[in-house]
Design a protein around this ligand. Sequence first.
Ligand SMILES: [Fe+2]
Length: 468
Amino acid sequence: MPTSPSTIRCKRGAGLGSVVVPGRGETELFTLSQSLRDEGTGTRLPSEHWLERYHQVRNQTMDLVATLTPEDQMVQSMPDASPTKWHLAHTTWFFETFVLAPHVTGYLPYDERYGFLFNSYYKRLGPHPSRTTRGTFSRPTLDEVWSYRTHVDNIIRDLLDQGASPEVFRLLELGLNHEQQHQELIITDIKHAFWVNPVRPSYQPGQSGTPVDVEPASMPLLAWFCFDGGLHHIGHDGSGFAFDNELPRHTVFIEPFCIASRLVTNQEYLAFIADGGYRRPELWLSDAWDHVCRNGWAAPLYWEQAGYGWTQFTCQGTVPLRPAEPVCHISFYEADAFARWAGMRLPTEFEWEIAASSLKNTGAAGLNLLESRTYHPRAGSRQTGLQQVFGDAWEWTSSPYTAYPGYRPPAGAEGEYNGKFMCNQMVLRGGSCATPRSHIRKSYRNFFPPHARWQFSGVRLAHDGTVE
Ligand SMILES: [Fe+2]
């Protein structure tokens, strides 16, 4: 049985950063985030499993930035977004701070300054720069950040080679899920940076044959799925990894409701715009209407009117707006106003989870997640089943991001991960085309302020009662 903390000789040298370990995520959706014990045998999973998983996630990050220049990776296009280089360094800092520093005897920081530079918001770890200044960090250079990643990867490998404690495995799992969150942010942030750039670069230059280029022959059908009222269990069910905000699992009382079989399409959203949706204050919450007026909103983010119709900016550049695709890059405010215009409402996060739990087949086949490399939501099919639940676009719910009954944040700085943000944000569910496959599940709670729209965020409608 290994002991903790472990003693590792810290040295720089040939790294594993470029070693490609075959990923297992292509066919598994909900099972890659393993618990600390194998659920079938009860035996502790070997270090090889964790090393493989570690390199799969870390290599996936580097794969995402492979087409970006050092200049691209410096840009911070708005305060909410971060430079790619910062994401690469911050995710490494997370492993160094939460795994290596407390669990490797005599561990010396790679660079004393990085503890300040790449701390995002963990007040209990000390001061950090204002997030609005991240685009000014021309030093360390991108090469130096790569060296930092390689250094930490090497020590993690050594730690696992020597055998590590269950607590190390737990923190490693947290760090990997943290890095996966930043993988999605790398995509959404560089998309915004390229949108702000007047020459409008493409994240995927020369890509073709993806759903962006393919308009389905007909619009996806809309059906309604209705659920009885009563008591329902909500929250993580205990198998596999979950963030603290998905717990405790608890019981809620739900009135009967119906939820749409698919996401709202661009064509449906165009009808809202054509009906004066952005000019009718009666459709908007007060704070939302102030936002519309103050910012001159008249369409979703990345939409523009050209001589021949609407276009949208995508990770493949500017393309004609595809009517059958899900509307995306809308705020909670816009999702809520659209639902009111349509005579419907947004689902609560509990209703969404109940509907997602009803899916018989939650396999990854056909889902449009990060590994699909579309980086764009895909039109639904003409099948009448519940679809687009996982992937494509995050779905705004009417639920404020608050603690579940009995929630307690973890002790120490780790407790700052989720709990302190439970104010002034709304819950989104289901993942997007930029969410890694092994990262999403039915109990997953994403959260953003109601005005945010640079994430891949869309809307699914709901209504009270049952279908006549
Ligand atoms: Fe982070």
